[in-house]
Each structure stands twice: as structure tokens, then as C-alpha cells.
Design a protein around this ligand. Structure first.
Ligand code: CP
Ligand code: NVA
Length: 324
């Protein structure tokens, strides 16, 4: 093993080589087996971990808290409003204080730059629990789930339909091309990912043998797909864009007809969650046509979304164990 993960931050998938990503996935799998077998490991005994959340979270928050507890670490939950971060104190100063007290810092928030500054100035590993730009720990859970269902990553035909500029689309595109997948992204042309990231993904394709397709045609994207993935049409913080997004993204809704277009009985449906698939959530009560996936598909036989959600725990645990 020619690499050392100790002390490293996890800000985006650009930070790690395919070998290092594979290492995180193998370790996740081992830690998952240990948990299922009742084998207790205390790899993070007496470590203190800060969990900063400027935005709400169910899975990421719980995954960090439970993973830390399983491994013997203490956690301190800090809502954005609990801290002076970036308001009455510079991010740089907060970072230096937190670094004196904590062994590791999870950050979920708006600006990716805040996460980068925390990593730069705290002197301890910082893990990105989601920013407006990237959601990299989610991708580890997604890839572990694909391995569990399909056995491999290289060559997987992966179709992402929906908001092509979201933190999820960005992170999946980088991760999938890094790991040698055939990645297709299908969205309205005004929502294609940022050119700089597309260029980066093309570089990864050259190294890994991956393929990258950007298309406005969802049927083209899902042809022969092993995985069909979507995310919310408006991410946290951009709720004011709802009406426009419904208009632009309605043709990209994942419904049974689109799943059938994959012509693959074993295609799996994935979503990072939270998801709009019924008219029971805050946003869908008001805008019932904002569902990025139908309830039929979400609850149907192709859906693996709860395995994927559970894998947040095992993969986040692996990230903390490997980097602390
Ligand atoms: N997938 C995910 O990050 O979920 P939460 O927003 O609940 O953390
Ligand atoms: N793109 C979504 C992901 C939620 C896990 C958001 O940022 O709200």
C-alpha cells in the first residue's frame, strides 16, 4: 500500500486516488461486517470530533455520531448558529481554535470555501459533510452499495437524471469517471455541470478508461444502465428556484417508463435522500409536481435507497478511522 491517509482531510473526491478510494471502500466493508458480527473495535478511543451543521441533516449527522460512538470517540454537535464561524469571527480564527480542541472536524454548510479554510487552518482532518459544491462522503456510500449489488465499479453504466449542477451531480461525475465507469448525465442544457468540473472529469476518463456523456435526452442516458440515480431538483438553500426547476426538469423525472427504457431487469435505482416522492413533504405539499422520482419507483423492486442510506454509516466510519 503506497499511500498514507492519516491526517488527511476529505473535501472532495479530487483529494484521493482511485486506489485510496478503493481502500476506503474495502475498509467500509470490513467495518460493516464487524458491526454485523458484533466485533467491537475502538479505533477512535478518546478522540474528540466536532460536527458542524449549517444546514439540516438526518443521515450525515447520524452517521458521524453513531460511527464515532461505535469507535469510542466523543462528538460535539455545533449548529451553524451556535458558532461565530464567518460572522463574528473569521473562519481562519475559528479553524485555529477548533484545531486546538478537536481531533477531527465534520463540516456541512453552504460555501465550499469555508470547508477548505477549516482544513487549511485547523491542522486536523476536516470531512466535508456537504457543501453547495460537493458531497463526497455520500459518493463512498453510493459506490459501496453498487459494489454490494453489482460486484464492481469499473465499466458500470451509471445514468444520472436531474439537476446537473448539484453537489451530488458534481461529486458523482468526478467519482464515477475516476473509478472507470460509463457515466451519463442527463439534464436541461442550462443545468449541465460547470465546464471546469467537466474538464476535470474528462481528464479522469483518460486515466481510468471511463466514459462521460452529457445529454439532454434522458432515454439516451438510461439505455442499458446498471444504475439510475437522481437527486432533488432544488438543493438546500435554493428553494426560491422551485418553479423554474419544475419546468426545466420535469422531462427528467425518474418514473417507471424511464426505468423500463434501461432494458435491464437488474437496474438499480439510487438517491442520496432526502427525496420528494410523495405529496407529504413540506415542499411537495405546495408544489406536488416537484417529485424527482415517482413513489412507484422509490418503493419499487429496483430501489436500493435504504441500503445506500445505511452505508453512510459504514463509509463515514471508514473515513474517520483511516484519516484520524
Ligand atoms: N444524503 C444526505 O446527506 O442526507 P442528510 O441530508 O439527511 O444528511
Ligand atoms: N443536493 C442536495 C443533497 C442533499 C443530501 C442538497 O444539497 O440539498
Amino acid at each position: 500500500m503506497g499511500f498514507n491517509l492519516k491526517g488527511r482531510s476529505f473535501l472532495s473526491l479530487m483529494d484521493f486516488t482511485p486506489e485510496e478510494i478503493n481502500f476506503f471502500l474495502t475498509l467500509s466493508s470490513t467495518l460493516k461486517k464487524n458491526k454485523y458480527s458484533g466485533i467491537k473495535t475502538k479505533n477512535l478511543e478518546d478522540k474528540n470530533i466536532a460536527l458542524i451543521f449549517e444546514k439540516p441533516s438526518t443521515r450525515t449527522h447520524c452517521a458521524f455520531a453513531v460511527a464515532a460512538a461505535d469507535e469510542g470517540a466523543n462528538t460535539e454537535y455545533l449548529a451553524g448558529s451556535d458558532l461565530h464561524l464567518g460572522a463574528d469571527e473569521t473562519v481562519k480564527d475559528t479553524a485555529r481554535v477548533l484545531g486546538r480542541m478537536f481531533d477531527g472536524i465534520e463540516f456541512r454548510g453552504f460555501k465550499h470555501n469555508t470547508c477548505e479554510q477549516l482544513a487549511k487552518y485547523s491542522g486536523v482532518p476536516v470531512w466535508n459533510g456537504l457543501t453547495d459544491k460537493f458531497h463526497p462522503t455520500q459518493i463512498l456510500a453510493d459506490f459501496l452499495t453498487i459494489i454490494e449489488y453489482k460486484g464492481y465499479l469499473r465499466g458500470i453504466k451509471f445514468a444520472y437524471c436531474g439537476d446537473g449542477r448539484s453537489n451530488m451531480a458534481n461529486s458523482l461525475m468526478l467519482g464515477a469517471t475516476k473509478m472507470g465507469m460509463d457515466f451519463r448525465i442527463s439534464t436541461h442544457k442550462s443545468l449541465f455541470p460547470d465546464t471546469e468540473l467537466v474538464e476535470q472529469a474528462h481528464q479522469y476518463c483518460k486515466l481510468s478508461g471511463a466514459a462521460l456523456t452529457l445529454t439532454t435526452n434522458p432515454v439516451e442516458a438510461v439505455g442499458g444502465a446498471d444504475v439510475i440515480y437522481t437527486d432533488v431538483w432544488v438543493s438546500m438553500g435554493e428553494e426560491d428556484k422551485i418553479k423554474k426547476r419544475i419546468k426545466l426538469l420535469h422531462p427528467y423525472q425518474v418514473n417507471q417508463s424511464l426505468i423500463d427504457k434501461a432494458v435491464n431487469p437488474d437496474v438499480i435505482f439510487m438517491h442520496c435522500l432526502p427525496c420528494n416522492h410523495t405529496n407529504e413533504t413540506r415542499i411537495t405539499k405546495q408544489y406536488s409536481d416537484i417529485c424527482e422520482v415517482t413513489d412507484e419507483v422509490f418503493e419499487g423492486k429496483h430501489s436500493v435507497v435504504f441500503d445506500e442510506a445505511e452505508n453512510r454509516l459504514h463509509t463515514i466510519k471508514a473515513v474517520m478511522v483511516a484519516t484520524l
